[in-house]
Design a protein around this ligand. Structure first.
Ligand code: GAL
Length: 642
């Protein structure tokens, strides 16, 4: 697979006379792809049923004639104002019960039937008109599902749809009452029409109710997306993508991915460090202008797995892109420093090293108007090049000179399960318990040891390609995964908190973790605030969470107060708490040694990634790093044949 670069472009933002120059400059930079259209509905259909697509024909023609390939976005993330007049009840509602109105974007409820029909209509118009256009070489559905917290909607529309969804699932209110445990606090329902949404309750709603609401909300995204993919496929053979986000878990991306040919995501490393990564002030200072050294890589690996869902095959070979790559300062994070020189190049190569087919910078030219006027592009608002323009040229040259790099399958597999993130957000039992963070810290621990990691969906049926498999915090292990674990000959590290809930969000009896051939019972659990720890006898500590396990299995490590911390039965290990960095590094290092995996402890900020043919080194530090006889420049990338 040839690796390519691209850019996001908004022809409707600029005079038509500028398009031709823009297109030829894009080609000169060495870009292959240009994504357009995803917010242009008010220009495609200025009033209901009156289409104006001639400008889009000309834009596609201009870009295509310059040698660029177009990714055409469906414009459904930005319904025009007239849409609201037609469907006044299409808005999503926030948890306080207020409609989320017009004047920005994503002002729709995924479950709204009328809006779905409008989306199907505009998608069909575009798919018919451009499905066979030789320049339209890929599609993007909508834009960033879930952005601005738009998956969970507490609208009258959602209420009706939720009741129908429950009726389908449970068939009778009695079955729902049993499943949710509604005898508790006299919450029983006599009909599905009595069930409400789990907001505006006096105190917390039933966790089973919340979990079903979250499953329902996720299903609405899947349905919404599928309407568009079905229509596009009827008219076009070009691959279809959606652009997912960083650390957004509000819908099951594996389920949406099953309808898409390519998973893509939008990488804003410096914005994420400021906005999402949990770390000390010193750590954030150190990587202020580079981003977190593991955050992007985690998502590359996650979305590579999401990209494998439709066409099967190994998660290592899923098709994925970066649809939007930060080029300079963004506008939306609490602080928006400008990237260190070299980062726009490093981020792109890092994505390619993880198997990305394409990296598209967001955006071509900075807009001098509206909400994102402070968001950099490859060009400044006055058309002069911004620093990333030159870095993109450099990457394009390097790609042209490079052999194909291919993707290697990792020896370590790490499970990521969206429903577990919903579960622990529903009942954290410790207000800072974050499933995402637990998995991400495990990922970081593996990367510190220099390992490639494949992310595995929770229903993975075959673990045999991996020497080690990790499944921290999976609320309910699927039957498929348990069966895979039973026949697995490698080492696994399960827990904490794994397999502790039934599918209906009740405590499992027998008590957890109920792992194959392991006699162990989690008899008691406790959570702790960030400044309190439970030391382990061999060093390091449990943080956030610890469990007291009764077991006849082999105890590998103890807590300082004498409880089993790590137990083992056959190849299966159970970890009875959230290990801090020191403990995790030791435990992972020991397991890798037993599994015969060679580890390479890395200096802070330096990361390794092996492709099928090359070893890449990424230096996220603002200073040069000496490693393995080589000097890696600040914000530098290095690669060599394996
Ligand atoms: C993304 C979004 C883009 C743009 C960008 C700014 O979340 O898809 O449309 O808003 O962020 O960083």
């Amino acid at each position: 697979m040839k690796r390519t670069l691209g850019v996001c472009y908004y022809p409707e933002h600029w005079e038509e006379s500028e398009w031709v120059t823009d297109a030829s400059r894009m080609a000169e930079v060495g870009l292959t792809w240009v994504r357009i259209g995803e917010f242009a509905w008010s220009r495609m259909e200025p009033t209901y049923g009156q289409y104006d697509l001639n400008w889009l024909d000309r834009a596609i023609e201009t870009l295509g004639a310059a040698g660029l390939k177009v990714v055409l976005g469906t414009p459904t993330a930005t319904p025009p104002r007239w849409m609201l007049t037609r469907h006044p009840d299409m808005l999503a509602y926030d948890k306080m019960g207020n409609p989320r109105g017009f004047g920005s974007r994503r002002h729709y409820d995924f479950a709204h039937k009328g809006y779905r029909t409008e989306c199907a209509r505009i998608t069909e118009v575009l798919a018919k008109r451009y499905g066979a256009n030789p320049y339209v070489a890929a599609w993007q559905t909508d834009n960033e599902y879930a952005c601005h917290n738009t998956v969970l909607s507490y609208s009258p529309t959602a209420l009706v749809a939720f009741r129908n969804w429950l009726a389908q699932k449970y068939q009778s209110p009695q079955a729902l009452n049993r499943a949710w445990g509604n005898v508790f606090w006299s919450m029983e329902y006599a009909s599905f029409d009595e069930v409400g949404l789990p907001n505006l309750t006096v105190t917390e709603a039933s966790p089973a109710h919340v979990m079903d609401f979250r499953r329902f909300a996720s299903d609405m995204v899947v349905e919404f997306n599928r309407i568009q993919t079905d229509i596009i496929r009827a008219h076009s053979t070009a691959p279809i993508a959606h652009n997912y986000m960083g650390q957004v878990t509000d819908f099951d991306h594996f389920a949406v991915g099953a309808d898409l040919d390519i998973a893509s995501w939008d990488a804003y490393p410096i914005g994420f460090l400021s906005d999402r990564v949990v770390a000390s002030a010193g750590y954030k200072r150190r990587f202020l202008r580079q981003g977190d050294p593991d955050f992007q890589a985690f998502h590359h690996d996650l979305y590579r797995a999401v990209g494998a869902q439709r066409h099967g095959g190994s998660v290592a070979e899923g098709r994925w892109w970066i649809m939007e790559q930060q080029p300079g300062p963004v506008n939306w994070a609490p602080w928006n420093p400008d990237p260190l020189p070299g980062m726009a190049r490093l981020w792109a190569h890092e994505a390619f090293a993880h198997g990305a087919e394409a990296v598209c910078y967001f955006r071509w030219r900075q807009a001098p108007f509206a909400q994102e006027q402070m968001h950099a592009g490859l060009l400044r608002p006055d058309c002069a090049p911004a620093p990333a323009f030159y870095e993109a040229i450099e990457v394009a040259r390097e790609l042209a000179a490079m052999p194909q790099v291919g993707t290697a399958r990792a020896k370590a597999g790490l499970v990521f399960d969206y429903a577990s993130d919903w579960a622990w957000a529903t009942q954290p039992q410790g207000c800072d318990f974050s499933y995402f963070r637990l998995v991400f810290e495990t990922y970081r621990g593996l990367r510190r040891l220099g390992l490639n990691v494949d992310i595995l969906p929770p229903n993975t049926r075959d673990l045999s390609p991996y020497a080690i498999v990790l499944a921290p915090g999976v609320a309910t292990l699927s039957d498929a995964f348990l069966a895979a674990l039973r026949s697995y000959n490698g080492l696994s590290l399960i827990g904490p908190r794994t397999n502790s809930k039934t599918a209906n969000f009740a405590i499992t009896i027998p008590l957890p973790p109920n792992l194959p051939n392991m006699d162990a019972t989690v008899a008691r659990v406790g959570s702790m605030p960030p400044d309190c720890v439970e030391p382990l006898a061999d060093g390091g500590a449990f943080v956030h969470w610890r469990e007291k396990v009764e077991t006849t299995a082999n105890v590998v490590e103890h807590t300082a107060d004498g409880w089993p911390a790590l137990i083992k039965s056959g190849g299966i290990h159970y970890l009875a708490g959230w290990a801090d960095e020191a403990a995790l590094t030791r435990i992972l290092g020991d397991l890798c040694a037993q599994a015969g995996i060679e580890t390479t402890p890395l200096p802070e900020g330096l990361r390794l990634r092996d492709s099928a043919t090359h070893r890449y080194l990424f230096n996220y530090n603002a200073f040069a790093v000496e490693w393995d006889g080589r000097t890696i420049a600040p914000a530098g990338v290095d690669w060599q044949l394996l």
